[in-house]
Design a protein around this ligand. Structure first.
Ligand SMILES: Nc1ncnc2c1ncn2[C@@H]1O[C@H](COP(=O)(O)OP(=O)(O)O[C@H]2O[C@H](CO)[C@@H](O)[C@H](O)[C@H]2O)[C@@H](O)[C@H]1O
Length: 532
């Protein structure tokens, strides 16, 4: 996903706001402090209501792994939880041809424009509420920036608008005639929600804030507090302040009831300076409070080579003939020469996190040893250019598609023998899970969720040090393995039989939700409701 870690950019549409509706207003005076009510008892047997706030969903608009999780987790939580998604009404969703019914209106507040809330029902019944605000979301490009990967200059306004809409829905059960019991927020772009709920202070609901990637934080200048309606009293080390600036990510970490991230190992790593992106102190504190957990992602059942309509032919465990037919197809798609050697693949956002520079460095060795490489990816221009140059140096052996195409990604997982994923850090990683499911063994750096999901020599290959030597040595192991057919097929079988379905992955989420719902509201903090 070309997420934009925009630093302190002023919004373009910083015009004076209309008079705000009380329910959409961040309190402005010391007298507005409201005690947080206790949770209302819920009738036994009723599904608990969860508002899942996100900025991508694979059904309509996906920039990376967050889109997959947002499509799968709310669905996997049924029954027991009535999970509804709230997200921006992007052009890609408005033009998808699904009926959208306007169900509520929210007034402008500070620099945030007025918006409507639309309701869209997916074919399987999942309800998605959309923040309809064409000036903010009805544009070309992706969820976070333009077609060239440059983050939108008004991302603070865009995602504050989403966050304040979520807080308004929490605060006023009559708005959607649906009373939220629990909020689930995802990544920096939803982080302000936890703050707005606290500052509005009318209804306490527990909140889960999931870090999918700590490296994208949404840091803006301190001058954005006023336009976004953030009380100055929240601008302190235990609130929204991050080295003199405003951090959306930190707001979520500071004010959510519980923080999760997407693997156990990454949950540990982010409490250290090496991976904590300057937030390790706060994260370590939350861990000590028992308020930071690593809950591993799963895979949606729709990722299955036996039924995937993008594959020709479909195949299952032990049908290596079927798998090979997909390999030949991928070779043809990328204009590669016929070969009896292994086919390596990259399916990735092209960002420095993913270690593509190392893959470019070892590519000559890979080709010299009789291997071939296909790449599908989009992201940073410099990485795109190095990959294009690499393909130019190895015609017929390396093929590169600069683009984002889910069908093609699935064909590549199915056709490749190995997936290269030398990520510098990786919160969980889904690409390696999909590769395993499609019989392609991941070759990865032992970090984050890669260490939690790949067993070296069983369902993939891992290297410990993020060095070219270590990566190259593991590549050599891959060639040996490819020629040791029995072992290679045994590892393929183990990888394809992995049990990381959302059916299982959802269990700790259910437990966490139940624990949070059983808690009473916490004491209000010093900046609760104490606005200008
Ligand atoms: N060019 C392309 N064309 C088509 N599809 C492409 C593509 N490039 C990538 N994809 C797809 O995008 C997704 C990538 O998901 P990952 O979880 O591997 O990484 P990402 O960094 O985006 O996610 C972040 O969030 C997720 C979710 O929590 C964490 O697993 C992860 O560690 C974290 O970095 C996969 O579905 C993959 O197939």
């Amino acid at each position: 996903m070309v997420k934009a870690a925009v630093q302190g950019r002023r919004a373009q549409n910083d015009e004076p706001s209309e008079r705000p509706h009380p329910r959409d207003l961040v309190p402005r005076g010391p007298g507005t402090q409201t005690p947080l009510p206790r949770l209302r008892p819920v009738a036994p047997g009723r599904d608990r209501r969860v508002l899942f706030v996100t900025t991508e969903i694979a059904d309509f608009i996906k920039a990376g792994g967050l889109g997959d999780v947002s499509a799968a987790l709310p669905r996997a939580l049924k029954p027991g939880y009535d999970v509804r998604v709230l997200m921006p009404g992007y052009r890609q969703i408005l033009s998808a041809g699904k009926p959208i019914v306007r169900v509520a209106q929210l007034p402008a507040s500070h620099a945030l424009p007025a918006c409507d809330i639309g309701r869209l029902v997916c074919d399987d019944g999942l309800i998605i509420y959309l923040v309809l605000c064409p000036s903010l979301y009805d544009r070309d490009g992706n969820a976070y920036g333009d077609d060239f990967g440059v983050g939108w200059a008004d991302n603070d306004i865009r995602f504050a608008r989403l966050a304040l809409a979520a807080a308004a829905i929490v605060n006023d059960p009559s708005l959607l005639e649906w009373q939220v019991d629990l909020l689930h927020l995802n990544d920096w772009a939803t982080g302000l929600t936890a703050g707005y709920v606290r500052w509005l202070g009318r209804r306490y609901v527990p909140s889960v804030y999931t870090i999918h990637n700590l490296a994208y934080q949404g840091v803006f200048g301190a001058d954005r507090l006023e336009p976004l309606g953030i009380p100055p009293s929240a601008f302190h080390i235990d609130g929204v302040e991050y080295y003199g600036q405003l951090s959306f990510m930190k707001t979520g970490l500071s004010y959510a009831s519980h923080v999760t991230t997407v693997s156990n190992n990454y949950a540990r790593e982010i409490t250290t300076p090496e991976f904590g992106c300057g937030l390790e102190g706060l994260l370590a504190k939350r861990a000590l409070e028992g308020r930071l957990s690593g809950l591993l992602n799963g895979i949606d059942d729709r990722w299955d080579p036996r039924h995937d309509t993008h594959l020709a032919p479909n195949f299952g465990i032990n049908d290596w003939h079927g798998k090979r037919a997909n390999t030949q197809r991928v070779r043809r798609m990328f204009g590669l020469d016929p070969s009896g050697g292994p086919l390596f693949a990259v399916v990735s956002r092209l960002v420095s996190q993913k270690g593509l520079d190392l893959t470019c460095e070892i590519a000559d060795t890979l080709v010299a040893a009789g291997g071939q490489l296909v790449v599908i990816g989009r992201g940073e221009y410099a990485i795109e250019q190095s990959l294009v140059a690499l393909a130019g140096r190895h015609p017929g052996q390396i093929g590169v598609n600069i683009g984002f195409d889910e069908g093609e990604a699935r064909q590549i997982y199915a056709g490749s023998d190995f997936l290269l994923m030398p990520s510098r850090f990786e919160p969980c990683g889904l690409s390696q899970l999909y590769a395993q499911r499609f019989g392609s063994l991941p070759i990865a750096h032992r970090t984050g969720g890669l260490a939690d999901t790949i067993q070296d020599g069983i369902n993939g290959l891992l290297f410990d040090e993020m060095t070219l030597e270590a990566y190259r040595a593991t590549l050599r192991r891959a060639f040996d393995l490819f020629h040791a057919t029995d072992l290679f097929y045994a590892m393929r079988r183990a990888a394809m039989a992995g049990r990381l379905h959302w059916r299982q992955a959802v269990v700790p989420y259910r437990r966490l939700y139940a624990e949070l719902l059983a808690e009473t509201s916490p004491a209000s903090s010093s900046d609760h409701g104490s606005a200008r």
